[in-house]
Design a protein around this ligand. Sequence first.
Ligand SMILES: NC(=O)C1=CN([C@@H]2O[C@H](COP(=O)(O)OP(=O)(O)OC[C@H]3O[C@@H](n4cnc5c(N)ncnc54)[C@H](OP(=O)(O)O)[C@@H]3O)[C@@H](O)[C@H]2O)C=CC1
Ligand SMILES: CC(=O)N[C@@H](CCC(=O)OP(=O)(O)O)C(=O)O
Length: 345
Amino acid sequence: MKASVIGASGYGGIELIRLLSNHPDFELHAIYSSSKENVSVTEDYPHLAEVCSLPLTKIDPDTIKETSDVVFLAVPSGVASGLAPQLAGGHAKVVDLSGDLRLKETNDYKKWYKKEPADKAFIADAVYGLTEWNRENVKTAKVLSNPGCFPTAALLGLAPVVKNNLIDMKNIIIDAKSGVSGAGRGLSPLVHFAEMNDNFRIYKVNEHQHIPEIEQQLTWWNKDTAPITFSTHLLPVSRGIMATTYAPLTSVMTTEEVYALYVETYKNDPFVRVRPSKQFPGIKEVAGSNFCDISVDVDTRTNRLVIVSVIDNLVKGAAGQAIQNANLMFNFDETSGLKGFPMYP
Ligand SMILES: NC(=O)C1=CN([C@@H]2O[C@H](COP(=O)(O)OP(=O)(O)OC[C@H]3O[C@@H](n4cnc5c(N)ncnc54)[C@H](OP(=O)(O)O)[C@@H]3O)[C@@H](O)[C@H]2O)C=CC1
Ligand SMILES: CC(=O)N[C@@H](CCC(=O)OP(=O)(O)O)C(=O)O
């Protein structure tokens, strides 16, 4: 199956190139850029020498949608909303990594992204691809909306207790940290070396665009969902997300009971690893892989549950989950092309 990547010169794009170049069922067919034409991707990214010799090509949606079987969109939010509808409706299936097709309420998109949304009916038809929790719909999707990096980590961590009504849905606090590649390749003062190195910052306090995405999925799972508290911090590392979630349990439970629920819930999910009691994951333990590692612990003094989940923002948080979804859309093994282990140390 022929796979194409638009936005191939960005961090999500090159991660797609890396994973697709080693995929047994997809062939990397073409890579597209809006600013570069006929230059090899190795000019900007020498590490891809002899991995990908394709030139970056001008984006022509009419051609792409008939010559590719699947097209991955790794362009900024506000750009995908224009390109995705032009790419849909032809031969190719579309997998969008941006935030543009995730929020079913277009007013939420306007409020949190401060941009004009795509057509509401088009968004309604896009399948939200939090793979572990939406497999049947992912399999038949023609347009797939890949979840955000923070929502992936937070939601995989919360799902078992939210779906089983075990926590107070009015008191969820998610405290998340991300490596700098989460911000993409573009420069900004926040990610400038001198600002970020030896530093640790909170950003987008109470106004992060992933708040409505997390609340949307929580509401689909549990109607008692109330607004969450969600904060994001920038770590001076390249890759990785840790989401630490705090929520009061609705009845007294032990760590062992909660742990048993998580093990049972995720026993058939190849990319979710539930850690043994008291073994809390670090971001390095999933780096370069499509794993989400989760650990749970009950604070017996407060009866509050602490959930720790880690992912690589560029893999399970972006390109890896996008390929996991595409595998299902083409009836391939879900793990195809994604069996790489974490890099450690
Ligand atoms: N980085 C991460 O960890 C994650 C990113 N995402 C999402 O994935 C998408 C890509 O992110 P990321 O790769 O990090 O971002 P980058 O900024 O690194 O790359 C984005 C790419 O989009 C292309 N682009 C920019 N403007 C346009 C335009 N007007 N038309 C077409 N292409 C354009 C650029 O390539 P060129 O100039 O060559 O066209 C650029 O290389 C974003 O929507 C992001 O929110 C989602 C989850 C995690
Ligand atoms: C570290 C960092 O800056 N991360 C980005 C993640 C953005 C992203 O992936 O954007 P969408 O999912 O909304 O498209 C942020 O916090 O905004």
